[in-house]
Structure formats: C-alpha cells, structure tokens
Design a protein around this ligand. Structure first.
Ligand code: NAP
Length: 676
C-alpha cells in the first residue's frame, strides 16, 4: 500500500518508510498509508514565503478572484470522483455533496467577493479618510497589505474538502500562500483534492502546498508574518495556541474548535404548529447528516418542560425511519463515522452522557446495518438522550457523532442560561413563530454564539439550516468554540492582511492609496474630464462649473413638474417655522439636477452612464437667489474586466459664500478607450 504523497516545494514527495494505515470507514479495508517523515518543514515554509507569496502578491484582487473562479469550475467538473472517494469516509451522497459542493461554493463566493468588493489593485484601502487636524493638512486612513508569510491550515477530519477550501479561499484572495495539513483519518480525500488543484495548473507555484501526516517541527519555524488557521478539538487548539513560536512571534492564530451547540424550541411552537415539525425535522437532520460529525451539529436540544414528552416522541418516530449502512445503498440515510477509533471515542463520551440522563432513542453498542459488515465498518446508531437541566455533562461533553440530548427549560430566561452553559458555541438555532421570543432569545444568547439561525415557517423553505456555515457570514464562536472568526466575507480576507494606519498630508496619502483625498492637489486641464477615456483620466482631474442662480420660479417649476410640493419648498411661513430653514428652500434633488446640468459635457464621449451616488449629504439650505457652483474631481478609477471601468467622482456643490450645499460621490461608467 503506497504512502500518500505531499506536495511541497514544487514537487510531489512520497515519504519513505511504512507510514500509518488509513482505513475505509465502511469496509475497514486499508486505503493508503500516511507519513510526513523526511519532509523538511522549514523548507516548506520558506518555499511559500519565497515563491508562493511574491507570485500571489503580483496579482491584483481581481486576478486572484478570476483564478479562483476557474479553479472552482475545474473542480466542479471533477466532483463525481470526489463524491466516490468521499463514500469511503462513510459519507452518503448527500453528505459528500455537503462537503464537496459546499467547498466549491466557497471558492465561487470568494471569487465573486474579490471581483465585486475589492479593487483591481494589490492593496485594500479601508474605510474613510479620517480628519486628524483642524486645518485639514494632516489626515489618516487604513491600508491593508497581504502578510508576507504563509497561512498554515490545519484541518479536522470531518470535512476533508470543504475544510481546506474554506481556509484556502480567503488566504488566496488576500495574496497569502497556504500550507494545507489534512487530518490523518480522511487525508486521502484532501490529497486527491490537492492533486486536482495542482493538476489544473491554474495557481502560481507555491500558492498551495500539502503536507500529509504530522507537521513535525513546522511550528518551530513559524515567524512574524505567518498565520495558523486551526480546526479541530479544543484540546489540540489549546496546545497549538500556546506553542512558544506562536506567542513569541505574535503569529495570528485562528481556532475553530468543538462546541456544544444548542437548538431552542420556542414556547409557542406546540405540537400541531409548523414550527414544532420544523424543530423535530431539523434536530434529526443535524444528528444524522455526516453521521453527526459536524462541529455545528445540535448537541443540546432545549425545549420547554411542557413539550419535552412531545418532542421526544416525535423525534423518536423520525429517528426510527433512519436507515444506517453502506452509503452505496440508495436506501441508506446515515453512513459510517470516519473510523473505528472515532466510534470508540464517541462511545467513551456517551458513557459520560448516559450517566447524566436516559436514552430516548438508539443503542450505543448495536445498530442494524444495511449493505455492510457492522463489525468492520464504523457504524453507530443515532442516539437521542434526555437529561435533567441540572446535570453538567450535556453542557460539557461533546460526543462527535449522531448524538444529541434533550433538556427541558422553565422559561425564556432559563433557556438563555442553559444556552450559555455551553460556554461558547459556533452555531445556535431558535425555532419559533413568535417575534418577541425571537428578540429575547437572540439578544440573550448572541454573546455566546458566532452564528444564530431563527427558523420559522416563513424562512424554512429557503433556509440553509442550522449547521451550514456560509462564506459571506462569520464562521466561528467565542469561548469553547475557539474564539475564532473564519470566512465572513471580507473579514476572512482582512484576517490575512496587515492593517496599517497611514498618517500623512492629503497629497501624500493620495499618492499612497491611489485615490484623491480632499485637500490633495486638483488638476484643472484644458480638456473636460468627461472627454477623457479611462486610459487618459487621472485621479485629481477636476472640472469647476457654475455659478447658476436658483430662482423661486425654478423651485415652483420643479415642485409642479415632480409633484414634490413639500411645505418647505412651497409655504414661506411654514418653512420659516421649521428649525432648519429661514424660509422656502430649494429641493435637494433640484440642487443635484442643477449640479449635473453644470458639470456634464453633453456630447457622446467616454462617459457611458451615471450609475449612482454614494454618501450624499445636504449640508446648507439653498434659498431663492443663491448661486450654485459645482466642483467635480476624479477620486478613484476602478477598471473592470471588459471595455469599461468605474470612476468615482468627488462632488462638492457650494454657494456664493463658499459654504458647502451638497457633498457626494458620483459614480460613472467610463470606456477604457474612446477614439471618436
Ligand atoms: P483534532 O484531533 O484536534 O485534530 C485536528 C487537526 O489537528 C488534525 O489535522 C490533526 O492532525 C491536527 N493535530 C493534532 N495534533 C497536532 C499537533 N500537535 N500539531 C499540529 N497538528 C495537530 O480533532 P479531530 O479529531 O481531527 O476533529 C474533530 C474535532 O474537530 C471535533 O471536536 C469537532 O468539534 C472539531 N471540529 C470543529 C470545527 C469547527 O469549524 N469549529 C469543524 C470540524 C471539526 P492529525 O489528524 O494528523 O493528528
């Protein structure tokens, strides 16, 4: 049996020696062996830093996003093979899709984020310019640049595809190379995934390395610009987090650990309501998907005391319909655990849980299995327990399998207290049809949770369910759950970057960020900026237009024409009684329209469309007789794939005394080239 190869410093390396055997979770057959003996971990980190990092940092966010999309498409075309291999981990086809399709979806999601929310640049300018002085000559802004180290990504065994991909995607978008370390029991699946990625030839060399087996002395070689993203048990997280290299070099350490997630049934959701059925269905789904080997699975089912019996009976009935066995058999709803060792671990935890409660459903030592040998495969019955709220075990012991405990609560405060006894969870859910219950419970338990699902009959059909982390939302939880935050859209990317506060004059800040900053020089050229293509336009290009006098007739005409006859424009006495005005004022939208009438260059040209306004503020009232002038300055140029790009203009409308009447960012689409 061959030992799994690792992809390190540009080639596939197959360690010498025997290695440790890896077994098929269903048949118990040996699949492969694993070892990292002989791999020079210092060399691995060095390769990432010297080869992968520089190559990635040459690409813009948009280019990285485009590569991620190609990669996602490439993997999607090969997912059948991954499903097949996934079955050997004990996964049903549904479980495999959760893992494989879920991982590919994360790549698509981060690809889209890179192209839509990030600039076509290698750095990210965050937030607005902060005024740091009265005179405006000293300002500040945050700049995010990719860390120049390596992201070491240590994964748990339960999601061999999704796990590595959800860590890789934000690191890649940020421009940081990854070293992927799969968990031993299912490493053969991650190894095949990595092989596909390398075979695709899409990624720059060094962007992804794979270490199968132990990490050896890798942690000793971690340095200041490296990161560690860990998923696994709380005990391993603690050991790695306290490694001297991590503390000595302030290595960013993100941990996703185990958690005793709860699902709360609202007191309104009695038998016969849609929410009662949703609750029971979700509980059984969470227990059986991936045979309960989900860090987000419901471990504690908190239900009103008065509904305990009804929930126990309904869940029992549903669980009785769950067919356990070989995932290849179409009747099977729940496959095997990842291996016999994992099953022993669950049985050990069950002993402790059973000491605190009674069995509602299942037998820890026996299950009827379809299409497989129950001695050789790691099968386990779904186990539903019922425990007294005073016992500690259900709030402390994670049985990482198809196991959940029903616990009764007295009232909403009690439910909140019980939820908090998990000491920090990745995900929680509440099933209720009552908005007041939703508000009280969510506000009460949110400090202990990374993510909360409120399920009712209105979102049930489209809901992604209690257990699914989503790439656009934070994944992670406080306390026992590891204290980490993974993905979460832009947050996941920013985690791999250094945020630096840059303080400078507007001119210098503008040069650093590539964006015009108020107070930086403006360029008043002979050519109207609307006649410049994206290739010709420069940040700072400005047009000043006006003045134009606003008359009472203009205001009345606008009111009549649009139907906006609000009293502040039409009734002198009522307007004067308003604390903001001394009399009738011009409509804000009239001011914007006049401003456009002043600054546009009307003939066909490179400006293709006005597509919006950001940050609009009306700052000073405009009275009949006031004179408007507009200053339009090119603030930011963002080329897009294709023939045009976005131009953000700073627009300031002032009146005769110099006061600013309206301030906004105008957004236009401008052609890259224009020859007419
Ligand atoms: P684990 O034993 O803590 O292992 C997790 C990872 O850490 C594996 O890749 C493991 O590699 C590695 N590891 C162990 N000791 C290490 C060391 N000294 N140095 C470097 N790496 C080391 O957890 P598991 O049994 O694989 O996974 C199950 C646990 O993960 C459950 O408790 C579950 O709740 C949790 N989990 C959490 C999440 C989440 O997102 N929060 C997701 C999935 C699972 P080897 O396998 O080679 O030992």
């Amino acid at each position: 049996m061959s030992v799994l190869a690792s992809y390190v410093h540009g080639s596939w390396v197959r360690p010498d020696g025997e290695g440790q055997p890896l077994y098929d979770a269903v048949t118990g057959e040996e699949i492969a062996r694993i070892s990292s003996a002989g791999i020079d971990m210092r060399h691995v980190l060095d390769h990432g830093r010297r080869v992968g990092g520089p190559a990635l940092r040459q690409l813009t966010f948009h280019q990285r996003g485009a590569l991620l999309k190609e990669l996602a498409t490439y993997l999607r075309g090969r997912r059948e093979e991954l499903y097949e291999l996934s079955a050997r981990t004990g996964a049903t086809l549904g479980d495999a899709k959760f893992d494989v399709d879920g991982g590919i979806a994360v790549l698509f999601s981060y690809s889209s984020l890179a192209r839509r929310q990030l600039p076509d640049d290698t750095v990210y300018v965050e937030g607005s310019v902060e005024a740091l002085s009265k005179g405006g000559s000293f300002v500040g802004q945050h700049l995010l640049t990719p860390l120049q180290g390596v992201a070491v990504q240590i994964n748990a065994y339960n999601f061999p595809v999704w796990g590595p991909l959800e860590k890789f995607a934000p690191a890649f978008v940020a421009g940081v190379p990854s070293v992927v370390k799969p968990a031993t029991p299912t490493a053969y699946l991650t190894a095949r995934l990595a092989e596909m990625i390398i075979e695709s030839g899409l990624l720059p060399e060094g962007a992804l390395q794979l270490v199968c087996g132990g990490v050896g002395d890798l942690f000793h070689h971690l340095a200041e610009q490296d990161l560690v993203s860990f998923t696994g048990s709380a005990s391993t997280a603690q050991r790695l987090r306290t490694h001297p290299s991590v503390s000595q070099h302030s290595v960013r350490f993100n941990a996703e650990a185990d958690s005793l997630n709860c699902s709360i049934l609202g007191p309104d959701a009695a038998p016969g309501t849609a929410e009662f059925d949703l609750y029971v269905r979700q509980l059984v789904t969470e227990m059986t998907v991936k045979a309960g080997q989900k860090c987000t699975a419901i471990r504690r089912a908190l239900v009103p005391d008065s509904l305990l019996d009804a929930v126990a009976a309904a869940a029992h009935d549903r669980l009785a319909g769950v067919v356990v066995g070989n995932p290849a058999d179409p009747s099977v709803r729940m496959g095997a655990l990842a291996g016999l060792e994992q099953r022993e671990e669950v049985r050990r935890s069950l002993k402790s849980l059973l000491s605190a409660g009674e069995l509602v459903y299942g037998d820890p030592e026996h299950v009827d299995v379809v299409g497989a040998d129950d001695e050789r495969g790691a099968f386990l019955s779904p186990i539903l327990l019922r425990a007294d709220a005073t016992r500690d075990e259900p709030h402390e012991v994670e049985a990482f399998g198809p196991v959940s405990t029903l616990i009764g609560y007295r009232d909403l405060d009690d439910a909140v207290q019980l939820a908090a006894r998990g000491r920090g969870s990745l995900a929680g859910s509440l099933v209720t049809g009552d908005p007041d219950v939703a508000a009280r419970i969510v506000r009460g338990i949110a400090p202990w949770h990374g993510r909360l699902l409120v399920l009712d009959q209105h979102d049930a059909e489209e809901s992604t369910g209690h257990g699914s982390p989503l790439p656009t939302l934070v994944h992670g939880g406080p306390g026992r759950a590891g204290g980490g935050e993974e993905m979460g859209g832009l947050r996941g990317v920013a985690h791999h970057m250094q945020r630096t506060a840059v303080q400078a004059s507007p001119r210098m800040l503008s040069a650093v960020t590539g964006r015009w900053v108020p107070g930086a020089p403006r360029t008043h050229g002979d050519v109207h900026p609307f006649r410049r293509s994206l290739a010709q336009l420069r940040v700072g290009d400005t047009v000043v237009a006006g003045p134009r006098t606003v008359s009472l007739e203009d205001i009345e005409h606008f009111a009549d024409f649009t139907g906006d006859t609000f009293y502040a424009h039409m009734d002198e006495a009522a307007a004067a009684a308003n604390p903001f005005f001394d009399g009738r004022v011009a409509h804000g939208y009239l001011i914007l329209s006049f401003a456009a009438g002043l600054f546009v260059d009307p003939a066909p040209g490179p400006v293709l469309a006005n597509y919006g306004i950001d940050n609009l503020r009306f700052l000073t009232p405009v009275y009949p007789g006031d004179e408007l002038t507009v200053t339009l300055t090119c603030k930011q140029i963002t080329p897009r794939p294709g023939d045009y790009g976005e131009v953000r203009w700073d627009a300031q409308v002032t009146k005769q005394d110099g006061s600013v009447v309206a301030s906004y960012d105008l957004l236009t689409m401008v052609a890259k080239q224009w020859s007419r």
